[in-house]
Design a protein around this ligand. Sequence first.
Ligand code: 9MR
Length: 466
Amino acid sequence: MKLQSLRRTALGTLAAASLVIGGAVSGHAADSPQPGAAAEPVLRDLAAAKGIYYGTAVTASKLNGTYGAVVGEQFDSITPGNEMKWESVEPTRGSYNWSGADAVVDYAEAHGQKVRGHTLVWHSQLPGWVSNGSWTADSLRTVMNDHIAAEAGRYKGRIDHWDVVNEPFNEDGTRRQSVFQTAIGDSYIADALRAARAADPTAKLYVNDYNVEGINAKSTALYNLVKSLKEQGVPIDGVGLQAHLILGQVPSTLQANIQRFADLGVDVAITELDIRMTVPPTSAQLTQQKAEYKAVTNACLAVARCEGVTVWGFTDSDSWIPDVFEGYGAATPYDENFQPKPAYYGIAEALGWSDGGTNPTGACAVTYTVQNQWNSGFTAQVTVKNTSTAAVNGWKLAWSWPAGQRVTQAWNATVTQSGTAVTAADAGYNAAIAPGATATFGFNGSWSGGNTAPTAFALNGTTCTA
Ligand code: 9MR
């Protein structure tokens, strides 16, 4: 809360952002910004200046400490990851538990954020009394409408966007055979939208789905649904493209797809963006992920009716990916220690941020020297040279270990490691590197089996010559 009030002043924005970025790492000297240091980007402010929002899914119980501070600082929309789902709020018929959902809405209001309500009607995370009930069309429609009236009604006027219906389609564009589809039939979507409009007339009502980011059979089915709902006068305001993407597979038709929905007269949002990769990530993968986060953000910015982007968890420590896709992870813009990854800077760059001369061309050279090595440990020195013509003001140098080494102690930089991915951040007093100048830091590490040197380094998200 303190951070939030701080960020409302020009100086406060810089101070608070640095505090959050540095705050995860003990003793990061950048807690007080250095004179002349480039401001770390603040995604919510950058997004607002571009006319969109930038959001994240959150876990209500984590909204404190560094996690809560980053959410408040960086995002202007939040989506409860699980707390508004049917099984969470109405585990038995007519008896409600609003604690998690209330916490998210209260947090958003305290931090000047929008709320994306998620989700009213979905086949998954549905309590057994609904999914296993024996229903007629009328009896399930009543239950569904009552649920919508209770939940959307409780938060009336406080929710900006509702994912009213989630994931109604199969991959081939046929309707998913959920309990709602089988008991009520095709009309359940229109019924749900009408009930949501009645319960909360000011919330924008969305239908949300995955694998509908590019133009394909599923997104075309969604397109035809929206078209027909519009023709029938059913209240539908927007389409949510979840965007659970795989590195290297951002659909080339993303922008065209957003545009065709916009042309139907509805808004569009990217609602659950993450870009997963095999773990541990290499610095080349993280650099590619940066480009892909940037591309997705740019696709939204390119279409006037794209309202905003929500990442599905902002930190790798709060992502569903590792639990569901074995061998995959690193899908979000911050690492597990709340350190911004190159992806974060990719988003910021799409939103118009530039680091005011912080190595815009990525021209840098790194010398890595093992100075001393013993049976299980070693000491290394790293020198980063700014080979560009612009000053570097604040730096992070990333690399990944080829042989599973671990950094145990560092000097002249704050070093964090997640899996084999290492980030060395300037120590404050050495944040500025003039053109042609260098910064040097060192560390002790442990090794076993082999101690081969890293092959690639990236300075502030762009690759250096090694
Ligand atoms: O992030 C959610 C995770 O914590 C839950 O375990 C999971 C259960 O299905 O749901 C996740 O969120 C999903 C979202 O509600 C709808 N789109 C897919 C998301 C990832 O599974």
